[in-house]
Every structure is written in C-alpha cells, then in structure tokens.
Design a protein around this ligand. Structure first.
Ligand code: PLP
Length: 402
C-alpha cells in the first residue's frame, strides 16, 4: 500500500488547504481519506486575480507594461513614496537598492541579527561587510541605540528590518543615519501596509524594499517594490534594473546595468491583491487576537509586543516558550505546520569569515524558544481554537524533557 499527497486549493481561498491522501489499496480500488492540515502559509487568491491574469493574455502583453505602471502607481499611493521601482523579489530588491547607493566596497552595514538571511546576503553580494546587532526582546527589532553603538569609521549604511508585521524604529534609525552621514536602507519585506508614526515602512531611509513573495501580506508570487525619495537615486535604480538604459527599445546603454524587471502578469496579480489589503489586515488582526485571548494566562508562554507607534498587520503569530520543541512536535502531530524563528545571522555557517564574531543573546533566545503560528486568510476560527487546544494540552502536561 502506498499513498500520494495531492493539494486541492480551496475554491475561494478562504478555507484552509485540504490535503487528499489517496491510498492505493491493493487491486480492490482506491480509497480516499480527507485530512485537514493547517498550513503555515497560504496566499489568498480568487476571481479578481484570475481576471487580472486574463486581462494580460487578452492584451497580449506579458512583459512590464500597463499592469506594472498601475501597480507602481498603487504602491506609490499606499506608501507615499516618491518613486517606486519593481524587482523580481525582495532579495534582489535589496541588492539593487544597495548597488544603487554605490557604497564603498568593504565598508560596514549594520544589520539586526534577527532577520531572514537575504538582508545579509544582499549586503555581501553588494560588496559590504555585515555588522550584526541584537534586537529588542519585546518587539524583536533592533533599537536605534543598538545601531548607534555599532557605528565605526568604516560604517557606510544602516539596515533596519521590519519584522512580523510591525515596524522597526525606522524614524529614529533614519535620524541616527542622518546624524552620522550614513545611508539607510529599510528591509520592509514583511511590512506592506504597515505605518510607523503615520508614515509607511520603507519610506524613512534613502530606500526601502517590500516583498510580495507568496507568504507576504499581499503577493504577486515573487516580486518586490523598491521605494525611494530622491530623483537621483531613483534614476540610478531605474538604470541598473533595465540594462543601464532609459527605455527598453533602445540599444544605447548609458551605464552598466542588469535585468531586474518583472512580468506584467505578476503586477496584474499584485494590483488585484492590493484591493484585498484592508480585509487582510482585519482578518489577520482578528486571528491574532483570537490566539492572544486563547493563550493568555499560560505562564510558560511569552508574546511579541507591538510598539504603540507602529501599525500592525500580523505576519505570523510568534510565541516564545522554553518548551518550544515539545510544542512544535505536538502541533505537527496534530496537523499544524509550524515554523521556527530565524536562525540568528551571527551563527549562519555561510557568514563565517565574513563577519566579526559577536554575542547576540536575544537573537539566540528567539531562535531557541520561538515558534511561529499561522495567521493567514485560509484559517477558520476552528483552526485557531484547535491550535490553542493543542498548546494548552501540551503545556498542561508535565514536561517530557528533564
Ligand atoms: C525580512 C526579510 N527580508 C528579505 C526577504 C526576502 O524577500 P524575497 O523572499 O521576496 O526575496 C524576506 C522574505 O521572506 C524577509 O522576510
């Protein structure tokens, strides 16, 4: 007897993905069993995205064109950024932004140790040396003081990272950058729609990057927006991303560039997703609050705190617990896909020799005790209650680890 997993996307995208386990039972035929597995990540797609894609085919226009122009315009309206360029993904968006800033090779860029690897790899590929700082134990983002303390004569840039749907202390970090004459590039990959002190994440520094990967607040499959304020930097980004030329029809290249363009199909999906953003915020906050209410009072659990100056569009429901491995295993057994928190950058094997050794105890704790629960659109309230029950039951038992 053997089985195959088959994914059947939920019609409206509002129900959790169902997994059909088809069991081949000898020669007597096929038996089907339905399991309800709660995914960590699930994009919310439907008719409007299908119609948007149809529009591209009907227009016979696949490369960056009308849908890209509309999506850039919408992003500019949402964020208030003067200039919006598109990139194939957040990682390449950060790389593009750093190339455009033209920072001295070998100079230092200060990055929180608690972030996705791409924040650092983009910097290394742009010829910079990451200098890592620890994060606040409550908000999981690095404070302006941490950035300021790490500045040396070799520092050229600061990279605040907006994490788990709340904003980093970007206004204050941009001020630190200004005081010291440093470039500020915001990794706002997880912060589409999130404002800090009323201003959109990614618009405080010189340049900011928002990702539209499939697990992000809104998605275009893969893709990113590169936000900038100044005309000169925006032009440099524009040239770099399009083979060093003003327009795609020309074979005259005024500078060296690459191809960081996206397709109109991605942008059409992104534009349809934009209309969903207000509902995504409402739904995710509702689920977040359900989790918070259901898990309150468990002495062994700690939660992320949201800075009162930050808007919040939950990206995950992160919890901290010394018994995290037990919780993770119990949830997996109960059909709930979990995610660990980020493996801290100062421990990443690929950065050995590229960074100076540093102690980042909060980053270590977040990885050692942290677990991410899903908050996506496909979750039903009953799914959230199921997750809460599994956690409560597990923690009510005596620890199996002595
Ligand atoms: C904080 C952070 N930075 C950068 C990225 C990279 O974005 P992308 O996956 O679009 O390359 C991600 C993606 O998860 C992220 O979470």
């Amino acid at each position: 007897m053997h089985g195959t997993w088959r994914y059947t996307p939920a019609g409206t995208g509002r129900r959790a993905i169902k997994l059909l386990l088809t069991l081949n039972v000898g020669k007597k035929g096929v038996k089907s069993m339905q399991f309800h597995r709660i995914q960590q990540v699930e994009p919310w797609l439907g008719r409007s995205e299908l119609e948007a894609l149809n529009g591209c085919i009907e227009r016979n226009w696949l490369t960056e064109g009308p849908a890209a122009a509309a999506f850039r315009q919408s992003m500019s309206q949402l964020t208030g950024a003067n200039h919006v360029a598109l990139a194939p993904n957040g990682t390449l968006g950060l790389f593009l932004a750093l190339l455009a800033l033209d920072l001295p090779r070998g100079s230092e860029i200060i990055i929180p140790g608690f972030t996705f690897m791409a924040s650092a790899s983009a910097a290394v590929f742009a010829g910079l040396k990451p200098v890592l700082v620890d994060v606040d134990p409550h908000t999981f983002t690095a404070r302006p003081e941490a950035f300021e303390r790490a500045i040396t004569p070799r520092t050229s840039a600061l990279m605040p990272v907006h994490i788990y749907g709340q904003a980093a202390y970007a206004a204050e970090i941009a001020q630190v950058g200004k005081r010291h004459g440093l470039a500020v590039i915001e990794d706002a990959a997880q912060a589409c729609g999130v404002r800090y002190r009323g201003q959109h994440a990614g618009t405080f520094g010189d340049v900011g990057v928002i990702s539209f990967f499939a697990d992000k607040t809104i998605t275009m499959g893969e893709g990113a927006a590169v936000l900038s304020r100044e005309q000169r930097l925006a032009r440099r980004i524009s040239l770099l991303r399009n083979q060093g030329r003003e327009s795609s029809g020309s074979f005259i290249h005024e500078s060296l560039g690459m191809n960081f363009r996206v397709t109109d199909m991605q942008c059409a999906v992104g534009q349809a997703q934009m209309a969903r953003l207000p509902q995504v915020k409402i739904d995710r906050l509702r689920r977040y609050n359900l989790f918070q209410e259901g898990l309150t009072g468990l002495a062994q659990l700690r939660f992320m705190k949201v800075d009162p100056n930050s808007e919040f569009i939950p990206f995950r429901f992160p919890i901290l617990c010394p018994r995290m491995p037990e919780l993770r295993d119990a949830l997996e057994l109960a059909g709930v896909q979990t995610r660990s928190m980020f493996y801290p950058l100062h421990r990443q094997p690929c950065l050995a020799g590229l960074i100076d050794p540093v102690d980042l105890p909060i980053c270590d704790t977040l990885y050692g005790e942290g677990l991410c629960l899903p908050v996506h659109q496909g979750l039903q309230d009953s799914d959230v209650h199921h997750v809460i029950d599994v956690i409560r039951n597990t923690l009510s038992r005596k620890s199996s680890v002595s």
